[in-house]
Design a protein around this ligand. Sequence first.
Ligand code: BTN
Length: 305
Amino acid sequence: MKGRILKALRSDEGIVSGEALSRMLGVSRVSVWKHIRNLQACGYPIAGTAKGYCLSGSFDALFPWEFPGRESRMHYFSEAASTMDIAKEMARRGCPHFTVVIAGRQEQGRGRLKRVWLSAEGGLYFTMVLRPPVPTAQATRINFLAALVLAQTLRRLYGIDANVKWPNDILVNGKKISGMLSEMEAESDMVTFINIGIGVNINNDPAGREPGATSLKRIFGKEFSRKELLTGFLDAFENRLESLSLDAVIPEWKLYTLTLGRPVKIVTIRETVEGVAVDVDENGALLLQLPDGSFKKIVSGDCFH
Ligand code: BTN
């Protein structure tokens, strides 16, 4: 109902009378009024005029009804410790494939290698619960697909030169605009769920505390709709996930990476190694050529160009 009221208010009509809404939705005017009050309480700037109701401004909301077709699988929290924790609990309880948990801000946003992910209001923070029918060995390809599709979506929507840094960071002008974290559970070598958590700096600006970070707002000096980016990304990612053979992911990811061919430092939980990033194998492991000429395969770690 909320989605349908908003659709009517966002239409060309501008002002829509309570009577027209009640006819359109097949409910009483009192019921319309209650829904309007509810939407106002959620933060929508809906004004009641003598002629009817209208939206008096835009509001970048991420409530489930803002995602028609996905509504029942979208879960929004204005504030959360971490969307990873909520998503893991939901996944273990059996939530459907492509459930998405979104937070307006996170108190304990988690990054890779036990780092903190700064999650102030204005950024986009979400975790997707995916249940692809794939063996665990291939699951990392799905993370690479998410990074690839996000880089493509950022390019398509904003015309920015978004590239991927191994394994899944997105950089613009050498600064990090997005990071991904994934968690998986499996049974007999088949994935039960893989949760991919993505943070994108949009209208927040973490650069004060993280000099290597950037955001859309920092790049363009204005604010952007988180909903537009999330919708664009989810549509493209779901489409690719359903239609694409996973064999095609890494070759396409390579077209967008800045890592290959460069001298890099890789920090893993156990060690730090330096060398030249020579290749990425079919499951995303990085092949490093060390200073003594030998090769080393790195399955997971953090990469510094
Ligand atoms: C990294 O680059 O270190 C990964 C960052 C991942 C951040 C996202 S924000 C949504 C989800 N919830 C979290 O606590 N972390 C991920």
